[in-house]
Design a binder for this molecule. Structure first.
Ligand SMILES: [Ca+2]
Ligand SMILES: [Ca+2]
Length: 404
């Protein structure tokens, strides 16, 4: 199948919404392998009608206080990690490129060899060193996703947020700009069925044909991440979701930042290691310890959270990779700058236009059996106005910025 056919088939599958009665016993096993490989991660918006929703007042939220709390929580988490026998951020040792070892530089910015702006840490950002690295893989799991081929790519040094953008950070942005997200304008967004209350679920008669666990839910937006009867209570430090690519661009721009390119994101994900599946190596749970938020249990009916998180978790959760990035895989997918293509032959640059934007890193909904995309080389796509409960972002910057 060539790329045009792939686009056509994918578009048809994604566009096919069906009316169906939702039930608790929907199982991934009822789907074909092709469905689970190509469609389950995608929740593209299909409509353009606007439906204004009443907005929740965010004045009650104290972003600065929350910021402090995030750091306090990170410190507390570090203690927990030490208790669990996993090296803390401070205890990481510079080690070889092996699966069981974690390459760290004691939490400091990686040394920049040449052409660097500054080695100072920018608040909540780290400097990702420039250089050549192997992007993609010659052992793709999902060939149709364009995970291959492996190719040598060079990126310049840049800064990247340590964390996915949190609800706290996004609330601060909204307070400062009165920004209204696309999901708020459309009046709905996609939520995983398991996350909804029975009351909300009973009102929904539509689902995504190839991924029936995704339901379009009215009144869902970043303030109501799991339906209109949900709120951000106890979720301020979780990643903001139901934000479109356009929303993400607006947020980053407000802070004099930008989205990372796919090459930058993947360079950052790999943490200086070559040809590894995950940021730390090829063993997903070294020493039987989870290092990212994915799905355990029968998908899509049981998220047992044995990795410590059922659903989304705080952006500071889990130890960082060698570049100091938390949750660079798992938790929520992350928008990147590039238009989608699966044609990477001969070092072609990403296309300058398209219909879908790339997202990277997989989410809390990914398992090895379904949507095994929490690998640095893995990728997926959505239209730039699409939103869902497992899709967020982090910002990059070419030069240091004063505030994160
Ligand atoms: Ca999990
Ligand atoms: Ca992530």
């Amino acid at each position: 199948m060539d790329s045009k056919e792939y686009y056509l088939v994918t578009s048809i599958i994604i566009a096919s919404f069906v009316l169906l009665a939702t039930s608790d016993d929907q199982s991934c096993s009822a789907l074909s392998k092709e469905d689970t490989q190509t469609c389950g991660c995608q929740t593209n918006r299909q409509h353009a009608s606007l439906s204004p929703e009443s907005r929740v007042n965010v004045d009650e939220f104290d972003a600065d206080k929350a910021n402090v709390n995030t750091k306090a929580y990170a410190s507390h988490l570090n203690d927990l990690v030490v208790e669990a026998g996993v090296p803390s951020l401070q205890n990481y040792q510079e080690k070889s490129n092996s699966d069981e070892n974690y390459s760290m530089d004691n939490g400091k910015t990686p040394k920049c060899e040449h052409n660097c702006f500054s080695e100072d840490l920018v608040e909540d950002m780290v400097l990702i060193p420039g250089g050549k690295f192997t992007m993609g893989t010659d052992s793709p799991i999902f060939i149709a996703d364009g995970e291959g081929p492996a190719r040598l790519i060079e990126v310049k040094p840049f800064y990247l947020d340590k964390y996915e953008v949190s609800n706290a950070k996004f609330a601060k942005f909204v307070k400062e700009t009165n920004y209204v997200t696309e999901a708020e304008k459309f009046g709905d967004s996609f939520v995983m069925e398991l996350e909804l209350t029975h009351a909300v679920k009973s009102t929904i008669t539509q689902a995504v044909a190839a991924a029936p666990w995704w339901l379009p839910v009215k009144g869902t937006d970043w303030r109501h991440p799991t339906g209109p009867d949900s709120s951000l209570k106890d979720a301020w430090h979780e990643p903001v979701v139901h934000v479109s690519w356009n929303d993400a661009v607006a947020y980053c721009k407000h802070l004099n930042k930008r989205l990372p390119t796919e090459a930058e994101w993947e360079r950052a994900c790999r943490g200086g290691k070559e040809n590894r599946l995950f940021p730390w190596g090829n063993n997903f749970t070294p020493a039987n310890v989870h290092r990212a938020n994915t799905w355990q249990g029968q998908f899509p009916t049981a998220d047992n959270g044995s990795d410590g998180c059922a659903g989304r978790c705080d952006v500071s959760r889990f130890p960082p990779n060698a570049y100091g990035l938390h949750n660079i895989i798992g938790n929520v997918w992350e928008w990147v700058e590039d238009w989608w293509t699966v044609d990477h032959v001969n070092g072609k640059s990403p296309p300058s236009f398209g219909t879908d934007k790339v997202k990277k890193g997989g989410s809390f909904m990914c398992t090895e059996q379904y949507c095994y995309r929490y690998r640095c080389a893995a990728r997926s796509q959505n239209t730039p106005d699409s939103t869902a409960s497992n899709l967020g972002f982090r910002c990059a910057a070419t030069r240091p910025v004063a505030h994160g």
